[in-house]
Design a protein around this ligand. Structure first.
Ligand SMILES: [Zn+2]
Ligand SMILES: [Zn+2]
Length: 80
């Protein structure tokens, strides 16, 4: 048996669409589908559909958006 099982080992990453080695990939954090290693290294933990779904539903955290907290009045004021 000198057959190279290259086809068998490659899977399409559901985040970037590239074909990468299945043995080096990671499952999507939500649905368990294949996420390739380069994506995982970039911090991609979910496939595209899961990431979109998460974004639409509000997401775990809205990056860059800080909650609008009313500026608190300083309590400790030097009184002269
Ligand atoms: Zn990928
Ligand atoms: Zn997913």
């Amino acid at each position: 048996m000198t057959k190279v099982l290259r086809e068998r080992d490659s899977m399409t990453c559901r985040a970037c669409g590239n074909e990468e080695r299945a043995s080096e990939g990671y499952p999507c954090a939500d649905c368990g589908t294949f996420i390739c290693l380069p994506c995982n290294l970039r911090g991609v933990l979910r496939c595209r559909s899961c990431a979109e779904r998460l974004e639409k539903s509000g997401g775990e955290k809205a990056a860059g958006v800080e909650s609008t907290v009313p500026t608190p009045t300083p309590v400790a004021r030097p009184e002269s």
